[in-house]
Write a protein that binds this ligand. Structure first.
Ligand SMILES: NC(=O)c1ccc[n+]([C@@H]2O[C@H](COP(=O)([O-])OP(=O)(O)OC[C@H]3O[C@@H](n4cnc5c(N)ncnc54)[C@H](OP(=O)(O)O)[C@@H]3O)[C@@H](O)[C@H]2O)c1
Length: 180
């Protein structure tokens, strides 16, 4: 396993996907999993977070305690309390600078589908909530090439009464250095 990220912070995707890799439907999640929202909060709190313009707009507001870096090609896009960037490269550079400023180890890549796919080659770790459902949807998380990723931890989620399904939290680490 490679934990060599050089001098830069570790880049961590946080995602929830179903058995059919679905992550989204009509700009929202295709399930209700309040227990996973708690996990998402603890995995991301205090860390810079990169997300696509569509995901940001579906959340609708900045999340407290996290610098949100929103990627868009629209030069006119702005919203209170976020940083707007125009490319994945710029997002990674801004996120690295924020992590170094704030003394945190991780930069979080928080989706959605386009951003996950584009940032995957530059990602060191994936913390995946694997949801035991096969929902219909319109947005998927890429298949992981087992030649590049190893499961370093797998923990059963504690399913609460309002969760739609059972889930596991699975951490994947990259076997060889990610792109810079
Ligand atoms: N299950 C999960 O863990 C999870 C997490 C996050 C999101 N989601 C779901 O994912 C879905 C949204 O994903 P999505 O793929 O439709 O959208 P997205 O990745 O959130 O955002 C796409 C937008 O990001 C901008 N963008 C993408 N690549 C860019 C690049 N290289 N340079 C500059 N800007 C770029 C563009 O914005 P402009 O159009 O403004 O140029 C593009 O339209 C929703 O259903 C959401 O609920 C699920």
């Amino acid at each position: 396993m490679s934990d060599t990220t050089g001098d830069r912070p570790r880049r961590t995707i946080v995602v929830g996907y179903a058995r059919n890799r679905m992550i989204g439907r009509d700009n929202w999640m295709p399930w209700q999993l309040p227990s996973d929202l708690k996990h998402f909060k603890s995995a991301t709190m205090g860390k810079p977070m990169i997300l696509g313009r569509k995901t940001f707009q579906s959340i609708g507001k900045p999340l407290p305690g996290r610098t949100m870096i929103v990627v868009t090609r629209d030069p006119g896009f702005q919203a209170d309390g976020i940083q707007v960037v125009s490319s994945i490269r710029q997002a990674l550079d801004v996120a690295d600078a924020v992590a170094n400023r704030d003394g945190v180890r991780d930069v979080i890549i928080a989706g959605g589908g386009q951003i996950y796919a584009e940032a995957l080659p530059f990602t060191d770790r994936i913390i995946a909530t694997e949801v035991a459902l096969e929902p219909e949807g319109d947005t998927q998380f890429p298949e992981l090439d087992p030649a590049h990723w190893i499961v370093s931890s797998r923990v059963a989620g504690e399913r609460g009464p309002r969760d739609d399904a059972a889930f596991e939290i699975v951490t994947y680490d990259r076997l060889s250095a990610a792109g810079d």
